[in-house]
Design a protein around this ligand. Structure first.
Ligand code: NAD
Ligand code: ZN
Length: 254
């Protein structure tokens, strides 16, 4: 299966990767549904509640300060690194991620669309002011108050898409475009249930792309996939990368 995927990666004129929380579990960040994850103990704060209520904003920051510990020390794993190398080598055209952990950027990927934003920054809901997240989590830990914008006193929130918040139309447009242009659409570590992000494989399929899914558990697209690999990402991508690098070697070289 690794050889088959490697062959398709080399043949494809446009490969788009799509990643979810599963690519970061091997970096120690729990995925959405795992028992130890934050959602097993806390109800996520809905966007409308965040906007409406100071109590909800404080609860939001309490949850984020807990999650910050998971994120702060996490490093890209072999999967992130291979995807970054594939971009550099022209094997990948672009990468759409549902993740907010910033690990693809840390690994060196540059053509990345973070469809749900990034938890590495905070933004002001009123004026759009942006800043790195670190000092704001620290401030919350000391004051236990929801931080406010130094420019306009508006509420500060992670630069992520919260539950009930609309996705950025520009980012969504870019991702949809990539999905439609793709000849090979490679899904990794996503349960493909969170919409509209999970609609991307459908867009790719409608334009005749090949669909490949590497995921530990089942997804609603498994039957539609041209290739389905139900195995851990780190070892799978390592095997595929070995085969890719072999195919890239010049004839008679070595
Ligand atoms: P999900 O939790 O719904 O699905 C993750 C999938 O990855 C699961 O099907 C699981 O079986 C699989 N998986 C886990 N570890 C794997 C591994 N090592 N190898 C192969 N497969 C593995 O995640 P989702 O589809 O991304 O949806 C969750 C939502 O929550 C997303 O919208 C995302 O924004 C957010 N989220 C992000 C992070 C993060 O940034 N790292 C973490 C948790 C949740
Ligand atoms: Zn502001």
């Amino acid at each position: 299966m690794s050889e088959q995927l490697a062959q398709w990666l080399i043949e494809s004129g446009c490969t788009i990767a799509f990643t979810g929380a599963g690519i970061s579990t091997e970096s120690g960040i729990p995925d959405f549904r795992s028992p130890g994850g934050i959602w097993s103990t806390s109800q996520p704060v809905l966007f409308d509640d965040f906007v409406a209520s100071e109590e909800a904003r404080v609860e939001y920051w309490r949850q984020k300060s807990l999650a910050a510990r998971e994120f702060a020390d996490a490093q890209p794993n072999v999967g992130h690194e291979i995807l970054a190398r594939w971009e550099e080598q022209g094997v990948l055209r672009g990468l759409i991620t549902q993740n907010i952990d910033g690990l693809h950027h840390l690994a060196g990927s540059r053509k990345v669309q973070e469809i749900h934003g990034t938890a590495r920054q905070v933004t002001c809901l009123d004026c759009g002011w942006l800043d790195d997240v670190g000092t704001w989590v620290d401030q919350y830990m000391v004051t236990r108050l929801a931080p406010r914008c130094p420019e306009c006193d508006g509420p500060l929130k992670h630069a992520t898409i919260s539950f009930g918040q609309s996705l950025s139309p520009e980012v969504l447009e870019k991702c949809s475009g990539w999905a439609r242009e793709s000849e090979l659409f490679l899904v990794m570590g996503s349960s493909l249930v969170v919409h509209p992000a999970a609609g991307m494989p459908q867009l790719a399929l409608q334009q005749g792309a090949r669909l490949v899914i590497i995921n530990a558990t089942e997804t609603p697209y498994d039957d539609a996939a041209d290739l389905l690999i139900r195995a851990p990402l780190g070892e799978t991508l390592s095997a595929v990368d070995l085969a890719v690098q072999k195919l890239r070697e010049p004839e008679g070289g070595g």
